[in-house]
Write a protein that binds this ligand. Structure first.
Ligand code: NAD
Ligand code: MG
Length: 341
């Protein structure tokens, strides 16, 4: 494992960076890169909401093709599913030989839904956190740890460019870890499916339903299995299991040691392995690409079901009575936190 804490932005000084997309990651990267003294333009379809936001933040906004033509580095920060079309139409015909194409997630390169031209650098800088955090940490003088990787090195400078970009968005203040596109893509998808998004939300939902079906009030169940989760996760973040165990009672620890493994057991592990296998063999990527191409019918239905779950109904009512939570949400720009990514 290679870690780089002393990377600087030198390899990108006096180079034009085009950031395509101005959502969660795009906005955070663009603002941080500019504050690091680098030359940034935004590539977006004109007239959209993102475009107005980028202009309000003081950026020059161009059509993606135009932004690509003048750039030495192009950061592709649109949703993964629209990247192949964007690559074919706006990037491939316009990118200068020897320029760098940068991704924040390896999905399209790894699954070959984008097959980059041979005469360009293809690199990855993936912050291990949502865009709002990438920006907020930068503003207070810190950074979010980033993975970086080189898929293709046409210029002989690909690694230096990736490190310089990672430094420019603040990652070098935290930790930069070298990886490859496969490892980043597969671990990122597994994390969000089995643990971060899928695993945790199912655990919370089942815990809530178990308490409510046993006759306990939904308000109590909500505080117990949803609200209090934050305290536990904050302790994980600060000091792992050690710190969590140091803060909970002996009774809670004994329950953890003896009951936890009954809830999440070897069967769960087998199913995690099956989920990982579908990521590794491309089944998940194929399914998701087809779902997107079909106009997201299942995605929309499943999302609606989540939004209408009783834990969301009682949760909305309780959160409305905790005004300090709304203040926190405003500070972290809610839409940018919509994905773990
Ligand atoms: P997002 O949905 O927040 O923003 C996408 C942006 O792309 C918007 O500004 C949108 O207007 C723009 N856009 C959409 N279609 C476009 C098109 N055809 N041409 C130009 N612009 C277009 O996306 P995001 O969550 O920031 O994800 C961007 C990349 O970052 C993805 O590769 C994702 O996997 C990766 N990533 C995301 C996170 C995260 O926390 N969200 C974390 C790490 C990596
Ligand atoms: Mg991730």
């Amino acid at each position: 494992m290679s870690t780089e804490a002393k990377a600087t932005t030198k390899a990108l000084e006096h180079q034009r960076i085009a950031v395509l997309g101005y959502g969660s990651q795009g906005r955070a990267h663009a603002l941080n890169l500019r504050d690091s003294g680098l030359d940034v333009v935004i590539g977006l379809r004109r007239g959209g909401a993102s475009s107005a936001r980028a202009q309000a933040d003081g950026f020059r906004v161009q059509e993606p093709a135009e932004a690509v033509q003048a750039a030495e580095l192009v950061a592709v920060l649109t949703p993964d599913m629209v990247q192949p079309k964007l690559y074919t139409e706006a990037i491939a015909p316009n990118l200068r030989p020897g320029a760098a194409l940068l991704f924040a997630h390896g999905f399209n390169v790894h699954y070959k839904t984008i097959e980059p031209r041979a005469d360009i650098d293809v690199i990855l800088v993936a912050p291990k956190g949502p865009g709002a955090l990438v920006r907020r940490e930068f503003e207070i003088g810190r950074g979010v740890p980033c993975l970086y990787a080189v898929h293709q090195d046409a210029s002989g400078q690909a690694r230096e460019k990736a490190l310089a970009y990672a430094a420019g968005i603040g990652g070098a203040r935290a930790m930069l870890i070298q990886t490859d596109f496969r490892e980043e893509t597969e671990t990122d998808l597994f994390g969000e499916q089995a643990v971060l998004c899928g695993g945790v939300s199912e655990l919370v939902r089942h815990g809530f339903e178990t308490l409510v079906e046993a006759g306990y009030r939904p308000e109590i169940a909500y505080y117990e299995v949803m609200h209090e989760l934050k305290l536990i996760v904050d302790l994980f973040y600060e000091g792992g299991l050690t710190r969590m165990l140091a803060f909970v009672s002996e009774t809670a620890q004994y329950g953890d040691y003896t009951r936890g493994p009954r809830v999440v057991d070897a069967g769960t592990r087998d199913r995690m392995r099956a989920v990982l296998k579908e990521i590794q063999d491309g089944t998940f990527a194929q399914e998701w690409t087809a779902e997107h191409a079909a106009g997201l019918p299942n995605y929309q239905a499943l999302k609606q079901k989540d939004l209408e779950h009783p834990i969301e109904i009682v949760g909305a009512a309780l959160r409305a009575r905790m005004p300090w939570l709304q203040v926190q949400q405003a500070a972290t720009a809610t839409p940018a936190l919509k994905k773990v990514g």
